[in-house]
Design a protein around this ligand. Structure first.
Ligand SMILES: *Cc1c(COP(=O)(O)O)cnc(C)c1O
Length: 364
């Protein structure tokens, strides 16, 4: 029997929950008097919703007394048409974090193993721990890249899932087509390989893989994408998986019923329809990334190339002072203990101010 703080009997909770790390959300914007604060801590899109999205959201408010379409039929059809596959290959979820939970539920019993790089996305150890699965974390190399060879070496009889995050959050690097194929040739067919492409739209590296082609060629590969970053719908919670039919069906079984609300469904459909307009915005974020990266190089920084909407500073013990200097300038950034600091590419004014803060910390 469990006991409460005062010693009285309390409901018994799963011991596995003691091992679940807390998700640390990006800090909200705050700044000294008279200074505009910017939130560069959650890799969000700095642009407000498109007019086309506002219009459908406004219209849809009239029906929020009704349940959403449980199967998200229109959204699934729109995604299938966009990526060029059968609707049976699509599963949608409450953000790709929601789908990650479904993946683990669909594949892992207690003690099974999930392999991923580290550092990588902080949701991975959380979803693993919730299932009492073992997180097998393979360090990124000195260039902040996945070590796919070591990740393949880490496979055991208990391995159920390997997550490849490309571009990797928070380090910004991508895996390349040839190394990914070499890796997949070594991974047993019984292990599900998840290609997490949350930042796909920001990639300009021509050696990055075409995940849809990789998915088609490998029965144990699936692709995970989101409307939260390039599409600017982080607050509505919608993402999708492209998977072979048995996996997609299993993911649908593990979904929370009616999880994807009506507003999220219509906004995602409208965003796919307005994709050209959104990609113009993505181009402008990529242009800002180039400006920031060039400015940092000029200051003497030698950082791993970023293919995402953020830049990674592996600063070790300087992480704390660097993050504090950013915050004193009204720029909220994401510090990862004494590993480093991740800074999202934001509004041009925020990026310019960020470059000014960086100058004082530039390596000499
Ligand atoms: C932001 C992010 C996601 C997307 O999360 P949502 O739940 O869709 O908002 C997925 N994977 C990675 C690596 C991310 O950084």
């Amino acid at each position: 029997m469990s006991t409460a703080a005062d010693g009285s009997p309390a409901p018994t909770l799963r011991a596995a929950l003691d091992a679940v790390p807390a998700y640390i959300p990006g800090k909200p914007a705050s700044a000294p008097e008279g200074v505009t604060a910017y939130k560069l801590s959650s890799n969000e899109n700095p642009f407000p919703p498109l007019d086309a999205v506002r219009v459908v959201l406004d219209k849809t408010l009239d029906v929020v007394n009704r349940y959403p379409d449980m199967a998200s039929v229109d959204l699934v059809a729109a995604i299938a048409a966009f990526v060029g596959c059968d609707p049976a290959n699509i599963a949608v979820g409450t953000g790709s974090v929601g789908i990650l939970g479904q993946i683990v539920q669909a594949t892992c019993d207690a003690g099974d193993e999930i392999v991923f790089a580290w550092r990588s996305f902080e949701a991975y150890p959380i979803v693993a721990a919730l299932a009492d699965a073992r997180a097998v974390m393979v360090p990124v190399d000195a260039g902040q890249r996945h070590q796919l060879g070591l990740m393949a070496d880490a496979v055991t009889e208990r391995t159920r899932v390997i997550i490849v995050c490309s571009p990797n959050n928070p380090t910004g690097t991508v895996v390349h087509r040839d190394e990914l194929e070499e890796f997949l040739a070594r991974v047993p067919r019984s292990v599900l390989v998840v290609l997490d492409e949350a930042y796909l739209e920001f990639v300009r590296d021509v050696d990055a893989p075409d995940a849809m082609a990789v998915w088609r060629a490998h029965p144990n590969v699936m692709v995970l994408r989101t409307f939260s970053k390039a599409y600017g719908l982080a607050g509505l919670r919608v993402g999708y998986a492209v998977a072979h039919a048995p996996v997609a069906a299993a993911l649908r079984k593990c979904a929370v019923p009616f999880g994807i609300n009506t507003l999220a469904q219509v906004a995602a459909v409208a965003s796919l329809e307005a994709r050209d307009q959104l990609m113009v915005r993505v181009d402008s974020i990529v242009a800002e990334r180039s400006r920031v990266v060039a400015g940092l190089a000029e200051q003497g920084w030698k950082l791993a190339p970023s293919e995402a909407n953020f830049v990674w500073f592996p600063l070790g013990a300087d992480s704390g002072p660097f993050a504090a200097a950013c915050e004193a300038a009204g720029l909220m950034v994401r510090r990862y203990g004494d590993d480093g600091v991740r800074v999202t590419i934001g509004e041009p004014e925020a990026n310019t101010r960020f470059l000014q803060v960086c100058r004082a910390f530039a390596p000499r």
